[in-house]
Design a protein around this ligand. Structure first.
Ligand code: AMP
Length: 440
């Protein structure tokens, strides 16, 4: 399936070619045609799934094809996001997708002066990315009018509620035109999100990222706890000791992929790399060499590895755990295909315990741990339990030391790093009109 077959127009297709997006991701496959038709969409999608392009591309196309030019202080599409970092990130992507199109884009968020934002909005903006609090401020100060609004996108809706934006959202929704298209993206679906979706969306198309939450039964999965700084050594040790003939290794970042592939080359192990910074012909060549058996270790990032079709692969290694839990299922799905057996090993350091916990919740199993002799971590990876929740083992508090001669009590560090309370585990389910907390 290509982007062209989803109904996108030539200028957007040229931009995608320039960005080297060859194949639509699952959420793009489903959302793009629906958004182009003007339907409301309710999508279960996390960062890393390509969700920004899934809403931005068809949204830009619709703005080009329908509606009057934007009036002063007006906007035609509004993308609400929970944090200023996400506002920047989403705006960067939207700007890239809109390059060459006669459409303006802008981002507003709190924590910076409001005046330049008010000035920028005077001319009107086709696509505005905003955090709810600052948007409401601008609206109250008459810097924004919503009368021309055609499309509303709620991105990471669950995080917006978690951060206590429910009241701002309620107030904003009252100010928006009723006749509009609404797209809601959320990683999780709590009751509060379902209520929100029920209030905002009309006959929405539900889009799942299509990822099965269970891994093939034929894949043996286990993990090795290890300190971050010893991961490369451990990988080399496992490769030789276990005699893996061919391995597909996943690392989190492009830099991480390059570093590991370079180290392997240096010690004489045939390896190649696949990541977003490499041109498509180089990625294809790496894959072909791997399939032909010329390369023993292929190192890849998640996005670049999407859609890789490698038959009869026995070994997958997660050098880093993925940020998005569903990517774990996707990664290990590269092995154990069509009833064949396979093995997926994850090298897990203490920093990754939240990701581990999320993966175990998703696949509904606790991954067996195998300590490798000589690689026992100094920074213990906290235990996880059924349901993936990190178990907090209350340790006996240390005896307070009395500073000699001064009679002062030194309390020390009450929690060791691995014992800090797991915020995710104790977080309450947000209510739609819940109290404001932790706002960015
Ligand atoms: P997102 O989930 O929107 O944050 O996107 C995650 C990353 O995937 C971003 O770096 C995008 O540039 C990239 N990306 C999105 N869609 C595609 C695609 N179809 N092909 C290749 N990369 C993509």
């Amino acid at each position: 399936m290509t982007f062209a077959s989803l109904g996108l127009i030539d200028p957007l297709l040229r931009t995608l070619e320039h960005l080297d997006y060859r194949t639509p991701t699952p959420v793009q496959l489903k959302a793009i045609p629906a958004v182009l038709k003007g339907r409301d969409v309710l999508a279960a999608a996390q960062t890393g799934t390509g969700k920004t392009a899934a809403f931005a591309l068809p949204l830009l196309q619709r703005l080009l094809q329908q509606g009057a030019p934007v009036a002063s202080n007006a906007l035609r599409a509004l993308v609400l996001v929970p944090t200023r970092e996400l506002a920047e990130q989403v705006h960067e992507s939207v700007r890239a997708y809109a390059s060459g199109l006669p459409l303006s884009t802008y981002a507003v968020y709190g924590g910076v002066s409001i005046n330049p934002q008010m000035m920028a909005l005077r001319k009107g903006v086709d696509v505005l990315v905003a955090t709810p609090g600052r948007l409401l401020d601008l609206y109250r100060q008459n810097a924004i009018r919503f009368s021309q609004l055609q499309v509303l996108v709620l991105d990471e809706a669950d995080r917006m509620l978690d951060l206590g934006f429910a009241q701002e959202l309620d107030e904003l929704f009252c100010a928006l035109p009723r006749k509009r298209q609404t797209l809601l993206f959320s990683a999780t679906f709590s009751d509060a999100i379902r209520t929100l979706a029920g209030e905002l969306l009309r006959d929405p198309l539900s889009v799942e990222t299509g990822m099965r939450n269970t891994a093939a039964k034929t894949v043996r999965q286990w993990l090795v706890p290890v300190d971050k700084k010893h991961k490369t050594e451990l990988f080399l040790h496992l490769l030789e000791q276990r005699g893996w003939s061919q391995v597909l290794v996943f690392a989190k970042t492009r830099k991480g992929v390059e570093q590991l592939a370079d180290t392997l080359q240096q010690v004489g192990i045939a390896s190649d790399a696949i990541h977003g910074d490499r041109p498509q012909p180089a990625r294809l060549r790496a894959l072909e060499r791997f399939k032909a058996g010329e390369v023993r270790v292929l190192v890849a990032t998640d996005v670049a590895a999407r859609g890789l079709d490698i038959q009869a692969l026995e070994q997958v290694v997660n050098f880093d755990l993925p940020i998005v839990a569903e990517d774990y299922v996707h990664r290990i799905g590269r092995t154990g295909r069509a009833g064949e057996t396979g093995e997926a090993v994850s090298l897990v350091c203490a920093d990754e315990v939240d990701q581990l916990s999320a993966i175990e919740t998703l696949i509904q199993q606790v991954l067996p741990r195998h300590e490798e002799e000589g690689f026992s971590p100094e920074h213990r990876v906290p235990q996880t339990g059924p349901g993936g929740v990190v178990l907090k083992k209350p340790k006996k508090p240390k005896k307070p030391k009395v500073a000699a001669g001064k009679g002062k009590v030194h309390l020390g560090n009450w929690f060791e790093e691995s014992e800090k309370p797991n915020v995710r585990a104790v977080r309450k389910v947000p209510s739609l009109s819940g109290k404001k907390t932790n706002r960015p």
